[in-house]
Design a protein around this ligand. Structure first.
Ligand code: PLP
Length: 374
């Protein structure tokens, strides 16, 4: 079995039997020949059901996560919503308090319509997680590291709690793709990624993936829901994700090194009140992060002394870091999350989130230095 870096670098690469081509093919066909009585000699019927490029990408992502099965979706939200809608009605979901904002909004707006109950808990407090369990708890929804405060929760401990209660553990690992974190190996049942971020890696494709430890009932229910609901990734998007994965290991290595440099610079700066980066020894879950991750990732956030106005002024002075949402692309981004999350956001007003890209670290530090100097 090859190492994960090797699997990623060779994703989808095998000489094409027809042409000898090494780059993975992009198959755009919507329909596939079947026998008159409906048998499928190549396994494909119709693009929405399954299609060769999507399947290739799913097999690569499953291998990287050590999963039995992976399902690709047009966005991370479609992947997450499908995992939730496939739960039996009446299920209770425990959502970590620092989860991606749109999932918290989805829970508030849509769960009642879907017959789901939800509690929001701090997953770094395992006693609070145990106390929030109900007889109908079906899913624990963790995100680690989390957005935007980079909280790290204990995947193995949460898996044990979930399994003890007859529930599953899903980990949104978008901030930590498989070359730096593999939640299934720690006992999680499902890993979710917004492939729009590091898997795609170039800010030019949207996608989402669910990777399942078991190819059983829940995975099959998600597949059925995707087929009927129509949330199939386009072959082109699947192909772009596959292309991104081929450089994933090299990109993550550079993202991690740049982020560490930026985090260390910010931590020593007098106008910075706090830095949230799991790679810093000052991070409250640094030891846990070091144990369950192979790298600390390219995402961090920091709080500017002086709060909201000071943070907005710093964001406005940055030149290399572009004010934009999203993350995981080659260019560095900054975002004042409280402004984007809007009223009711629990994110501190002085917090700026950085997606540290692949530029030279000295240039990134120089940009932050001039912006903080004011
Ligand atoms: C972006 C993101 C999502 C949603 O993914 P989309 O591809 O935008 O739908 C989910 N979780 C996390 C942590 C994200 O950063």
């Amino acid at each position: 079995m090859s190492r994960i870096e090797t699997l990623a670098a060779r994703a989808g690469s095998r000489p094409d039997p027809a042409s000898g081509a090494l780059a993975p093919p992009l198959q755009l066909a919507t329909t596939f020949e079947h026998t008159p009585d409906g048998r499928l000699p190549h396994g494909f019927l119709y693009q929405r059901y399954d299609n060769p490029t999507q399947l290739e990408t799913e097999q690569v992502l499953a291998a990287l996560e050590g999963a039995r099965r992976a399902l690709l979706f047009p966005t991370g939200m479609a992947a997450g919503a499908t995992a939730l809608q496939a739960l039996p009605p009446g299920s209770h979901v425990l959502l970590c308090d620092d989860s991606y904002f749109s999932f918290r909004t989805l829970a508030a707006e849509q769960f009642p319509r879907w017959g789901l109950e939800c509690s929001i808990v701090d997953f770094t407090d395992l006693d609070a997680v145990r106390a929030a369990l109900r007889p109908n708890t079906a899913l624990l929804w963790a995100e680690t590291p989390s957005n935007p405060r980079l909280k790290v929760c204990d995947i193995a401990a949460l898996a044990a709690i979930a399994h003890g209660a007859g529930a599953r553990l899903l980990v949104d690992g978008t901030f930590a793709p498989p070359v730096i974190q593999q939640p299934l190996a720690l006992g999680a049942d499902i890993v979710l990624h917004s492939a729009t971020k590091y898997l795609g890696g170039h800010g030019d494709v949207m996608g989402g993936v669910l990777c399942f430890a078991e190819d059983g009932g829940h995975a099959a229910a998600c597949h059925r829901l995707r087929l009927l609901g129509g949330a199939t990734a386009s072959p082109f998007a699947a192909w772009m994700v596959l292309r991104g994965v081929r450089t994933l290991a090299a990109r993550m290595d550079w993202h991690c090194r740049n982020a560490r440099r930026v985090a260390e610079f910010l931590a020593a700066h007098p106008k910075v009140a706090a830095v949230h980066y799991p790679g810093l020894p000052s991070h409250p879950q640094h030891a846990l992060a070091a144990a369950q991750m192979r790298g600390f990732g390219g995402m961090l956030s920091f709080e500017v002394a002086g709060g909201r106005e000071a943070a907005l002024a710093v964001a406005a002075r940055l030149r290399l870091f572009t004010n934009a949402t999203s993350l995981g692309s080659t260019e560095s981004l900054v975002e004042h999350r409280a402004s984007i999350e809007g009223p009711g956001s629990p994110t501190p007003g002085g917090l700026l989130r950085l997606s540290v890209g692949l530029e030279h670290a000295d240039d990134l530090v120089a940009d932050l230095e001039q912006a903080l100097a004011g």
